[in-house]
Design a protein around this ligand. Structure first.
Ligand SMILES: [Zn+2]
Length: 203
């Protein structure tokens, strides 16, 4: 039995990693491009990302688990073609790892909750931090100022691409009660209909 409480960041967000099934549910909602970047450490082409030119006030979060990562007030034009931030929303929300791929040693940054690949960190940023967090737009979700940022991992998040609502909605949700459960519990074996008759008959 563990007595360590769920880790909460300084800004009040739970940092407990999603379970493997939860992560699978989240990853299934990603576009192939978002999947490539966040789950395979991919890098989007420069000057193409959807958040590069974003100037609105708001917060940028992990596209996979929606943990807030960066503020628009810390965004700056680095000239690199990737969205760049000189500070994090909360230092605990971004994890740093040494990355020796690509023939050089860089510092990879990943989501502090779900470990999604975000981009890299460099030491040539502007004051006051001198840090340049170089992001893939595809790894980010943007909340405009005033939009609610979920504290917990939203496990029923809509896709980024609008989906058509299926025209045919099943009339009934199948309710199959496994026999083994009925046999194993004290539940009365009578069907619901009989129970209803008994109820009305008794009144
Ligand atoms: Zn995440």
């Amino acid at each position: 039995m563990s007595d360590s409480p769920a880790e909460i960041s300084g800004s009040g967000f739970p940092l407990t990693a999603p379970s493997s099934s939860q992560l699978q549910q989240l990853v299934e909602k990603l576009t192939p491009e978002q999947h490539h970047v966040t789950q395979k450490s991919g890098t989007e082409a420069p000057f193409c990302g959807g958040h590069l030119a974003e100037k609105s006030a708001g917060v940028y979060g992990c596209v996979v688990c929606r943990l807030p990562l960066f503020r628009s007030s810390d965004k700056f034009d680095s000239g690199t073609g990737w969205p760049s931030f000189f500070d994090t929303y909360d230092a605990q929300h971004v994890t740093r790892k040494s990355d020796a791929s690509g023939g050089m040693v860089r510092t990879e940054i990943t989501c502090g909750r779900c470990d999604a690949h975000l981009g890299h960190e460099f030491s040539d940023g502007p004051p006051p931090t001198g840090i340049r967090h170089c992001l893939n737009s595809l790894a980010l979700h943007f909340w405009a100022e005033g939009e609610a940022i979920p504290l917990e991992i939203p496990l029923e998040i809509p896709r980024e691409i609008p989906r058509e609502i299926p025209r045919e909605i099943p009339r009934e949700i199948p309710r199959e009660i496994p026999r083994a459960i009925s046999d194993a519990t004290d539940a009365p074996a009578t069907p619901d209909a009989d129970l209803a008759i008994a109820w009305f008959g008794g009144g």
